[in-house]
Design a protein. Structure first.
Length: 350
């Protein structure tokens, strides 16, 4: 086990923020972590608090050098676990790049993840955030995951029911409380994730952007590869590529309100983009709310609001985590003052 010191993190966070990890250990296989937890060094390395688990860094704002021990998850490997009559069970190491994994499943002839193409980050981070796009959420394809408890060194497996999936939410985003043993934030390091891809595949097409593609091309029954290509093209047209412009995808969640609150807003702002949800609540488009407050293209220091999509904050070059956070707060304040709605950020701030 090698403890690296003063490791630059710029390449390890999709915002491209310049910061260092005081101490960093790469976890390339389960044994690396188990050895570290059992070693005499562990107590000293974690004296400053629980370690910080770093995946692809695509949902992260770093506001300074990271003092807690950073565990960088680099567990690789992709395999077919089971080829059953009803579906394929596929597994990937937590350190695998998400998009490359999606591409690989399609190349193997196992459709099902195409709507989740081009989402930045790693396989291990995908259940934490319950990533979602174009009508599919990770939880719809998730089978189970393996993880290691950083406090006890025990390995455990969770199925979907135990992951507490919600909209951009899971058990991995909540701290455990004394009253309920719910919450694994900061406690679990996910090592491998399995997906169940049904053989009775149907394209998921219920999004306006996809309906537009169908109308343009005359293809109303795209295969999985075509759908993958469409999703990539749609995302490339409106979302910045983190390799070129630092960003963390949507910075805020789309807020949910009651029908009464929504009716109130519509009375004042008839154009507000809103979607009724199956549970009777209404989801509002946070991007529209931010855009309506005039934020597109504006910024704080080197942190800005992307010109083509107000929900995405970008690093225009040399932005600090502090500038990103200040910008996010200013946006929250103006959306609250105009609409009475509190926007909740998606990324983790450290
Ligand atoms: N809109 C504006 N101005 C803007 C941005 C959006 O008016 O600056 C309007 C759009 O015209 C549209 C509506 O707001 O009518 C919604 O925008 P869009 O379709 O782009 O989707 P979104 O709600 O902004 C969500 C997810 C994305 C996901 C897309 C497609 C969240 C927070 N974001 O974005 O996820 O890719 O739907 O499914 O749920 C992410 O989480 O990082 C992410 C990119």
């Amino acid at each position: 086990m090698i403890v690296e010191k003063q490791v630059p993190l710029q390449a390890y966070n999709s915002f491209g923020i310049v910061a260092k990890a005081h101490q960093l250990v790469r976890i390339r296989e389960e044994a690396d972590l188990l050895g570290l937890l059992a070693s005499a060094d562990w107590a000293g390395l974690t004296r400053g608090g629980m370690p910080f688990v770093l995946g692809g860094g695509s949902n992260l704002v770093i506001t300074g050098d990271v003092k807690p021990l950073v565990l960088k998850v680099e567990i690789m490997g992709r395999r077919l676990v089971d080829d059953g009559p009803k579906g394929w069970l596929v597994e990937a190491g937590a350190g695998e790049n998400w998009h490359a994994f999606v591409q690989w499943t399609l190349q193997q002839g196992w459709p099902g993840l195409e709507n989740l193409a081009l989402i930045p980050g790693t396989v291990g981070a995908s259940p934490v955030q319950n990533i979602g796009a174009y009508g599919v959420e990770l939880q719809d394809r998730f089978h189970s995951l393996d993880a290691i408890d950083l406090r006890t060194g025990e390995s455990f497996t969770l199925d979907a029911g135990k992951c507490g999936f919600g909209y951009r939410d899971s058990v991995f985003k909540h701290a455990s409380s004394d009253t309920r043993d719910f919450g694994l934030a900061g406690r679990a390091l996910i090592t491998r994730v399995r997906f169940w891809l049904p053989k009775a595949w149907k394209p998921v097409l219920g999004y306006a952007d996809l309906e537009r593609r169908m109308a343009e091309t005359g293809n109303t029954a795209p295969d999985a590869q075509t759908l993958f290509d469409w999703i990539c093209a749609i995302r490339r047209a409106k979302l910045p590529d983190p390799a070129v412009i630092g960003n963390a995808g949507s910075f805020f969640k789309n807020p949910t309100v009651s029908p009464d609150v929504c009716a109130d807003i519509i009375a004042r702002e008839p154009k507000v983009v809103h979607y009724p949800m199956p549970d009777g609540s209404i989801k509002l488009a946070a991007g529209w709310l931010i855009d309506a407050c005039g934020w597109k293209g504006r910024g704080v220091g080197n942190a800005g609001v992307y010109e083509k999509q107000a929900l995405v904050l970008v690093n225009r070059g040399g932005a600090t985590g502090g500038e990103v956070v200040t910008l996010a707060r200013a946006i929250q304040t103006s959306v609250y003052e105009r609409f009475g709605i509190r926007l909740e950020p998606e990324p983790v701030v450290i």
